[in-house]
Design a protein around this ligand. Structure first.
Ligand code: FDA
Length: 300
């Protein structure tokens, strides 16, 4: 990250929300479920699948967690009602992971049961490394409780991910593979671009060879090219993976993948708690500095 970008990204977290909101909305479907439904309909009409995310994380009271559970349930009802081609992504800290693991487990179970009734699927997003062990443990527990409609995420930047992945292979886990969005210390994470890319490709290969369904979640064109090459060389079937991208990022790339016959899913976040999510996206946006500076100087 160049110094101006770094400075702006840190500064943006202190800017008043009304200033930041227009930039944040680039990555978010809107504040209401109806906004997300509209976006997903458009994606579906372009042969793209979606995963909906009710924004919110690190919730601190049981009451807020229960509100998040209800919001997740509303998403599942809406997907069914509007016949959308989409599923749900959720964060465990939104459902109480850092309050009480048992409480969180029972919250996730009630969401999974509704999803199962609809024949739908729920992906547990992966958050920062302080939650990795607890997230994997809960995922394994849900699978041993008989839930087949749940998936997990592995972050290629974490040094521990290879070992974590080995635990998931016998479960034939449905894994979203991403680089990892959280700033982690060098003791825990690879920080060089090339080492993250090679770890990503190593993990992708092992997962696909073990017949785990993989969500290849990246917008990195080098990584996408290498992934496509691996898929072709090893003759992995198109039904054994999908590409995944974030709403508002690299939209032209998606079209190319779909036209070439690959399955593609777009992550569609919505809701009022857009701040933490959009801060992570700003950090990844190479054009952020120029966009914000242009906006600052075009203010009346
Ligand atoms: P990289 O950051 O190198 O970006 C490659 C290129 O894509 C950039 O050069 C730029 O052109 C474009 N780009 C990327 N991000 C952009 C942005 N915000 N704005 C504008 N352009 C951008 N992480 C995590 O820790 N836990 C999770 O559960 C998930 N879930 C998840 C789901 C899906 C569907 C995706 C695509 C990603 C995630 N992530 C995630 C985020 C992921 O870990 C990673 O932080 C981002 O995808 C950015 O990494 P890339 O692989 O795209 O590479």
């Amino acid at each position: 990250m160049n110094p101006i970008h770094q400075l702006l990204t840190s500064a943006l977290s202190f800017f008043p929300k009304p200033f930041v909101k227009p930039f944040a909305m680039h990555y978010i479907a809107g504040e209401k479920l109806d906004d997300a439904v509209r976006v997903v309909r458009t994606l579906n009409s372009k042969k793209m699948m979606a995963t909906l995310d009710v924004l919110g994380e690190n919730v601190s009271t049981r009451g807020e967690c229960l509100m998040s559970v209800r919001a997740c349930e509303r998403v599942l009802h809406a997907i069914h009602e509007h016949r959308l081609n989409g599923n749900l992504s959720l964060k465990l800290t939104q459902l109480g992971l850092t309050i009480d693991e048992e409480f969180c487990a029972s919250n996730v179970r009630s969401v999974l049961e509704i999803a199962r009734d609809y024949g739908n699927f729920v992906r547990i997003d992966m958050e920062d490394s302080s939650t990795t062990s607890a997230t994997l443990k809960l995922y394994e527990r849900l699978r041993s409780d008989g839930f087949e409609n749940v998936g997990i995420v592995i972050q290629a930047n974490l040094r521990r991910s290879e070992d974590d992945m080995k635990r998931l292979l016998p479960l034939k886990a449905n894994v979203r593979l991403c680089k990892g969005a959280y700033a982690e210390p060098e003791t825990l994470a690879f920080t060089g671009r090339d080492e993250i890319r090679s770890n990503y490709l190593r993990l992708l290969n092992v997962l696909l060879s073990a017949k785990c369904y993989v969500g290849i979640a990246t917008h990195d064109e080098v990584l996408l090219q290498s992934s496509l090459q691996t898929l072709q060389e090893k003759h992995f079937e198109k039904a054994s993976y999908e590409f995944q991208m974030l709403h508002g990022v690299k939209t032209t790339l998606r079209g190319h993948l779909v036209e070439s016959g690959h399955r593609l899913r777009v992550y569609v976040p919505f809701g009022e708690q857009w701040h933490a999510y959009s801060m992570r996206r700003f950090k990844e946006n190479p054009r952020l500095a120029s966009t914000v500076l242009r906006a600052l100087f075009s203010q009346d």
